[in-house]
Structure formats: structure tokens, C-alpha cells
Design a protein around this ligand. Structure first.
Ligand code: PCD
Length: 806
């Protein structure tokens, strides 16, 4: 060997494989304004569509007059429910087994509901046309408060469901009831409460909010009459599912539908479902024979596409005097708005809310969820969470703090006392899940040591005493949160969407020169898949990540997959990538054995090639194997080096984390300062630590927004009062606190590379940390629970209600 021979470390570094802080390859185009988003798609002769929307939250639509609109120069068509009925598309199925109006059919059920679609040569003409469409409404009483939805005299919202006593998820109790979902052992849980030494009960609300990605929802639909083919460019988190749904509802042959999701400017769950805009643009293209673009504006995005949360959770914990939990009972009233358009796997009407026992060893639990209709926008998407996991984590983490307060125990101590122990994994929870792995005590103790938790508590006690003496007007809160997530939907035994099992896929094709292309069924919206997926392949097969091009989002070329949401890409597609790479590696080994003239079993993989055991100089690099695959494979073997894997995971993965928020609040103004925020995340094997840190920063910022101000609020008349960024809190660098990140590594035992998801964890753990900090600050003044969002006004109001402000 001469001096130029690279060392093992150099060879490994050259791969930029797993564990490397590889720079994001997609950022080369994003930071130079060279991304290609849907609104960048401009096709010859392209038309523009825009919606006439209802000002009323609940009204009968008596008449739609489009005659003046059609006189506006540039306006070509006005599509209404009547037009859509001719092609049987006035209503569309939702992912939750309900149906939803595409355009108002006789009635409107929420403010800004789509009433008519105006198609014109440009967006301005479409807008002028909208203003000329005359709609005659007969207002009906609005139903805004979900707690009144099942009153006897509550207005009937869904006339289409008249007389239906059961829906997609079983019996309906009332004309505005959607479903009741129960899990767990009621008798055992009731018994635990009957003999409990200590009990707490609180109504914990997680308010309605919205994912509000920077780029709104949009599409361009182009129907080719000659070929009978429909091409759809769209902001889709799950392009293949969109293709199948379009094939089923528009009755088009699936091979003639081409769905392309180009670059996406943030998804956060908002871009999982199907919206009226997609259907109207497709129908408009079929009607006019021209491509049609539909692009939402900000107000439309906030008020009409899928909201998140709106869960009202009556929560009870039973415990011993020493603080050991013995039972959990939760009832959720879920406000779904006008249609049940929740984006959950089909069998789960409340998503994975039954992870609500959290990180604690509850011997028994019982959960009941009632879904109801109101005159609000439909949705219920997983805004940075795995199908209602953030609601569940907020519920249990708030409740544990309330229990600690009642027992006069430190919230961190109470958690340590009740954690599932390392030796209990795989752990079967009282509500039916099998947690794959965890080491909660280590994570919690590391958080406490790193932050100096004990000293912070001491400081808080001193501050409280000073406040009592009138020496300060500032109160201090410590928000502890420990969460367990459930991500990686999912095993086909648990999860499907409209009957399609929730596996995911990867296809890798290596070229002769030692480079290649890899395609997956997932779709990055900013997460950095082009960077990280290549890192998995690099480590698995020894080809530098830079030589692997990753492509997602084109249904004609990518293998079928269920898309990116619920932090499922790493647990499911990440596993498929490793499995496809291993198939390639197995074939590469046969080729190397043939070329090196040894038996396959005499070879061992060594970073970037195969070496003959015991003969270190006999080595063949993966690069050379790629070449050989195209010119001298063993007799009888097919040439080429490519593989596909469809991976159906045996279980979900269960990432976890320990967070602490240190907050000071001025009681006279309600103004808070986040002094410190520490987040320890455990997502098993870490593919790219830099991307993970970025994911945690992003998720914490969204958690901060939600907990401290972001809200979709309706007034009593059913008007949305937070429909723009003037009123809907969107934190900028100015408001966003500094984040301290940390980690432990507890690999998933069933995932091929041991990785768990991480993208949503910081939201799931972050929201309770902020809210617990506010609640902890006020608790010594006598409060047990203050509802989110904790904006300045609400903080001031809490101080006033508690008598701290005159
Ligand atoms: N990772 C690593 N490692 C580990 C894990 C992970 O590295 N262990 C990384 C990966 O690779 C990627 C990321 O990280 O890249 C993420 O991942 P995940 O967790 O798996 O996830 P995904 O599936 O991919 O994604 C999803 C998520 C979600 S869900 C959300 S909301 C959000 C997050 O993601 N979104 C977003 N993040 C983000 N970012 C951005 N930038 N943008 C966006 O949009 Mo949902 O359900 O949808 O609501």
C-alpha cells in the first residue's frame, strides 16, 4: 500500500453516510430561488380558477346567478354543484368515511365554504368574475359551540344524513353526532377510581388551530382529450393516494392519471387530504380542454382547508397517596366541523389518541371519543403529529402536572415514579399499543442534570416568596414534559387508507459508473429526504451519498407509497430503503465473488466494497462492482444492479423525549419571556444529526406558536375571527426563543437500521412544556388549569382572575 491509500476513516467520511452532518443537497436550489413549486408550473393556454365562497356559516342556497359573471372579459365558465352533478362529482368521499360537498349543494355549512368555481384566462379576471356571481342565501341558525351540538334543539346541520342512525364508525346518537369510539376496560377502570386514594379531574381543551404552511394548497390540472390522460401537479404529501382516489371517484383508468408533486413549501398535514379545489380544477380542465391552475390565498388556506385539533378532553387520573397512578379515564368531545374529513388511517376515528397513557405504567385505562358536527371548516389533520398524538400528549402531560400539584409533589419526581421501566419493553399499554423500546429514566435524569433542574426549582421558590412580599411582579414557571410518540403508520394489520395498506417503498437503480438513482413512495415537503435517504444507501452499500440522486413525487416513476406525514417516512420508507439496498448488496456480493474467484461466504463487506476474509489485499470496490454488473456478471445471472422493496413494518416506532421550558411572566402585562427551552429527543439511530436538529427547531417553533397564541377562533355568529396572519400568530425570528437540543439513542429493535421518526416529536413534546410552564407559574396563586393559547392577554386575565392584579 502506498501513502495515497485512504484510511478507513477517510473512506468512511467520503461516503457521507448515516451519522454524518451532511449538508442539505436540496438547499442549493432552495436558497437560490430555484425551487420548482406548483405556482411555478406554467402550461401553454393555462386558465385560472377561483372560488365564490359563502359569507354565511349556515344558510340555504336559494339561487346562483352567473349571468353577469359570464359577461366579464376573460371569464369562460362558472362551475356550480349543478355542473358537478352531471359528472357525479358534487360530493366527494372523505378519508374518514364521510362525504363532503365539493361545491355548495342546497346549503352551506361553514363560512368561506366553496360555492362556485369561476374559470378565466387570468387570476384577476377570475376574481372580477367572482364578484359578479349573485348568490341568494337564506341564513340558518349557526351551531358554533361543540358542547351544544347534541342539544335536543340543536339545528340539523347535515340534511343529507337525515334518518341515518349509523355512520362509518358505528352508531350515531344524535343528528349532529358522527361517531363514538371507545377503547380500554371500563369496568376495571371504574373499579380503580372507586378505590382510589387520590383523584384529579379536569377539562383540558386543545383549541382549534391550523398547519398554515408558507406555500398554500394548489394544483394545476391538465386533461388531454386525445389521449384521455389527466396530469395533476399539486402540493400533495401523498401523491399515489391522490392518484388512486382520482381514479376511483372520477372513474378514470389509473394508468392515465399522472400525479406530480414538485417542490413543496411545507406540508404539516395540511396537504394530505383532497380539497374541492383539486376536483374543480380537474373538472374545469375536462370541460374547457385547457390546463387549469388553482392557487389558494392565505385567508382561504386558514379558513377553508383542514384545521387541526379542537379536542375537549375531560381527564381523570386515579392514584395512590404516594403518587403511583392506578387508572386513567378520558372523554373527548371532538369538534369535526361540517364534514368528517379527518386524515387518519381508516380504522382510527380519533387517530392514535389511545396513546394517551403516555410514558406511564397505567394498569388500566378507558377512553371514549364523541365526534360531532358544527358549522366550522372540516379537517382534523395531524398538524405535526401522528394522528392526534399531540392532543394525547397534551392531555396526559397536563394531567400529570395537575396530579403532582394535588399531591404536592414535584412534577419530574411524579413522572420518574410512574415511567414504564426499561426492562418492561416491549411494553403493552392499557389502551392496546406495543411500545417497541425506551429508556425514559435516563432521558429524564439527563434533562434534569443538564438544566440544573433542582437549582431552578429553588430559584422559583425564592421568587415566589419575593412575589408574596411584594418585591417583584414577575412569576416563574418550569414546564416539564415527557412524551412518547407513536410514529410509522403503519403495519398493514393496523393501518390502511381507503383500503390501501400503509406500507412504503424504495427502488434503487445503480448505473455502471458507480452512481445511481433512488425513488421512494414518500414526498419531502422540506424535511430533506434528498439528503438523508442517500445517506442510508451510502452506509448500506458503500457508494458515496453524493453519487445517489433521490427522486420523489412523480407517480409514473416512483414505486407506490403512502406518502409523508405522521413522521412515517423514516420508520417505513427508511426501512424500505435499507431493505432495497441490502438486496443490491447481496447481488453485488455474488458479482464480487465471481470476479475475485472466491466463494461468496469468503467475502466480508468493508465500508465501500467487499474484501476476501483473511486476504486484505483482495478487495473489490462497489464502484467496480457496478461496472461489472453491466459487463461481466456470473454465468446465468441477469445483468444490472437494481432492487425494489415494499416494506410493511411489523410495528410502529415509539420515539420519546424530555423537555423543559423556563418562563417568566409579568403579571401586570401578561408578557412572558422564555428564558430557556431544553429539548432532549430520542429517535433511535440518527441518520443526519444536523437535519434532526433543524427538525427539532422547526417543531419547537410550531409548538411555541400553538401554545402561546396560534388559534382559529370563531365568534358566536360563526365568523372566523383569526383568518389572516394579522390575527393568527405566526412567530418570526423576533419572537422565537433560543432552543437547546440534546439526545439519547435507544434504537428501534424492529427497524432495519434502528431509526424512529423525529419530525413531529418537538411539537408533541413542546406544546405541553410551554403550557405546563405557564400553569406552573400561576399554580401557587391557586389555579389548577389555564386553557391555551397563553397569549399576553390571557396571562394578564389569569393573573387578574387569581387576584394577583387589582
Ligand atoms: N431523520 C433522521 N434520523 C432519524 C429520523 C429522522 O435523520 N432517526 C430525518 C429524516 O431523514 C427526515 C427528517 O429527519 O429528513 C424527518 O423524518 P421523519 O420524522 O421520518 O418525518 P417525515 O415522515 O420525513 O416527515 C414528516 C414530518 C411531519 S409529519 C411534519 S407535520 C413536519 C415534519 O416532517 N413537516 C415538515 N418536518 C417538516 N419539515 C419541513 N421542513 N417541512 C415540513 O412540512 Mo405531519 O403528519 O404532515 O402533520
Amino acid at each position: 500500500m502506498n501513502d495515497m491509500t485512504p484510511t478507513r476513516e477517510q473512506r468512511e467520511a467520503a461516503l457521507e453516510g448515516m451519522g454524518c452532518k451532511r449538508k442539505r443537497v436540496e438547499d442549493i436550489r432552495f436558497t437560490q430561488g430555484k425551487g420548482n413549486y406548483v405556482d411555478d408550473v406554467k402550461l401553454p393556454g393555462m386558465l385560472h380558477g377561483d372560488f365564490v365562497r359563502s359569507p354565511h356559516p349556515h344558510a340555504r342556497v336559494k339561487k346562483i346567478d352567473d349571468s353577469e359573471a359570464l359577461k366579464v372579459p376573460g371569464v369562460l365558465a362558472v362551475i356550480t354543484a349543478e355542473t358537478l352533478k352531471t359528472v357525479n362529482l358534487a360530493w366527494m368521499p372523505t378519508l374518514a368515511g364521510d362525504v363532503q360537498m365539493v361545491l355548495a349543494d342546497g346549503k352551506v355549512l361553514f363560512q368561506n365554504q366553496e360555492v362556485a368555481f369561476v374559470v378565466a384566462t387570468d387570476r384577476y379576471a377570475a376574481d372580477d368574475g367572482i364578484n359578479k356571481v349573485v348568490v341568494e342565501y337564506e341564513p340558518l341558525p349557526p351551531l358554533v359551540d361543540p358542547f351544544k351540538s347534541m342539544d335536543q334543539d340543536a339545528p340539523v346541520l347535515r340534511e343529507d344524513l337525515a334518518g341515518k342512525t349509523s355512520g362509518a364508525h358505528g352508531p350515531r346518537k344524535h343528528h349532529n353526532h358522527i361517531f363514538e369510539w371507545t377503547v380500554g376496560d371500563k369496568e376495571l377502570t371504574d373499579a380503580a377510581f372507586n378505590k382510589a386514594e387520590v383523584k384529579i379531574k379536569e377539562m383540558i381543551s386543545y383549541h382549534r388551530t391550523h398547519p398554515s404552511p408558507l406555500e398554500t394548497c394548489q394544483c394545476v390540472c391538465s386533461f388531454d382529450k386525445i389521449k384521455g390522460e389527466l396530469t395533476i401537479y399539486g402540493t400533495f404529501q401523498a401523491p399515489h393516494v391522490i392518484r388512486t382516489v382520482v381514479a376511483l371517484i372520477a372513474k378514470l383508468p389509473e394508468q392515465k392519471i399522472h400525479v406530480i408533486a414538485p417542490d413543496i413549501g411545507g406540508g404539516f398535514g395540511n396537504k394530505v387530504g383532497a380539497y374541492p379545489g383539486y376536483i374543480c380544477a380537474a373538472v374545469a380542465s375536462i370541460v374547457t380542454g385547457k390546463p387549469v391552475k388553482w392557487v389558494e390565498d392565505r385567508i382561504e388556506n386558514l379558513t377553508a382547508t383542514s384545521f387541526a385539533r379542537d379536542y375537549h378532553m375531560t381527564t381523570e387520573i386515579a392514584a395512590t397517596k404516594e403518587g403511583k397512578v392506578t387508572g386513567l379515564r378520558v372523554h373527548v368531545l371532538a369538534d369535526h366541523g361540517a364534514f368528517d374529513a379527518c386524515a387518519d388511517p381508516s380504522k382510527w376515528p380519533a387517530g392514535f389518541f389511545n396513546i394517551v397513557t403516555g410514558s406511564y405504567d397505567f394498569p388500566t385505562a378507558h377512553l371514549a371519543v364523541d365526534g360531532v358536527y358544527t358549522n366550522k371548516a372540516p379537517g382534523g389533520v395531524a398538524y405535526r403529529c401522528s394522528f392526534r398524538v399531540t392532543e394525547a400528549a397534551y392531555c396526559i402531560e397536563r394531567a400529570m402536572d395537575i396530579l403532582a400539584q394535588k399531591l404536592n409533589m414535584d412534577p419530574a419526581e411524579l413522572r420518574l415514579k410512574n415511567f414504564i421501566k426499561t426492562e418492561q419493553f416491549p411494553y403493552h399499554s392499557a389502551l392496546g399499543w406495543e411500545y417497541d423500546s425506551g429508556d425514559y429514566h435516563t432521558a429524564m435524569r439527563k434533562m434534569m442534570e443538564t438544566t440544573g433542574y433542582a437549582a431552578l426549582r429553588k430559584e422559583q421558590a425564592e421568587k415566589r416568596a419575593a412575589f408574596a412580599r411584594g418585591e417583584t411582579r414577575e412569576i416563574m414557571g418550569l414546564g416539564v414534559s415527557f412524551f412518547t410518540e407513536i410514529v410509522g403508520a403503519g403495519p398493514s394489520k393496523n393501518c390502511d387508507i381507503l383500503g390501501i395498506a400503509m406500507f412504503d417503498s424504495c427502488e434503487i437503480r445503480l448505473h455502471p459508473t458507480g452512481a445511481g438513482i433512488a425513488r421512494m413512495g414518500t414526498k419531502s415537503q422540506g424535511q430533506g429526504h434528498e439528503t438523508t435517504w442517500a445517506q442510508i444507501i451510502a452506509t448500506e452499500i458503500g457508494i458515496p451519498a453524493d453519487n445517489i440522486m433521490v427522486e420523489e413525487g412523480n407517480t409514473d416513476t416512483a414505486p407506490y407509497g403512502l406518502g409523508t406525514y405522521g413522521s412515517r417516512s423514516t420508520p417505513v420508507a427508511g426501512a424500505a430503503i435499507a431493505m432495497a439496498a441490502r438486496k443490491i448488496k447481496a447481488k453485488a456480493q455474488m458479482i464480487a465473488a465471481y470476479k475475485l474467484e472466491v466463494h461468496e461466504d469468503d467475502l466480508e463487506f468493508d465500508i465501500d466494497g467487499f474484501r476476501v476474509k483473511g486476504l486484505p489485499e483482495k478487495f473489490m470496490s462497489m464502484k467496480d462492482i457496478c461496472w461489472a454488473a453491466y459487463n461481466s456478471v456470473p454465468p446465468g445471472m441477469e445483468p444490472g444492479l437494481e432492487a425494489v422493496s415494499y416494506y410493511d413494518p411489523p410495528n410502529m416506532t415509539y420515539p420519546f423525549g424530555a423537555y423543559l421550558c423556563v418562563m417568566d411572566i409579568d403579571v401586570d402585562t401578561g408578557v412572558y419571556k422564555i428564558r430557556r427551552f431544553y429539548a432532549l429527543d430520542d429517535c433511535g439511530t440518527r441518520i443526519n444529526p444536523m437535519i434532526i436538529e433543524g427538525q427539532v427547531h422547526g417543531g419547537l417553533t410550531e409548538a411555541f406558536a400553538i401554545a402561546m397564541g396560534q388559534e382559529i377562533r370563531y365568534d358566536e355568529a360563526g365568523n372566523v375571527v383569526t383568518g389572516s396572519f394579522m390575527d393568527f400568530f405566526m412567530p418570526t425570528a423576533v419572537e422565537t426563543p433560543h432552543w437547546e437540543t440534546d439526545f439519547t439513542v435507544t434504537p428501534s429493535p424492529h427497524h432495519p437500521i434502528g431509526a424512529k421518526g423525529v419530525g413531529e416529536s418537538p411539537n408533541v413534546g413542546g406544546v405541553p412544556a410551554f403550557s405546563n410552564a405557564v400553569n406552573d407559574a400561576f399554580s401557587f396563586l391557586g389555579s389548577t388549569h389555564i386553557q391555551m393559547p397563553h397569549d399576553f392577554w390571557r396571562n394578564w386575565k389569569a393573573a387578574k382572575d387569581l387576584g394577583a392584579v387589582a
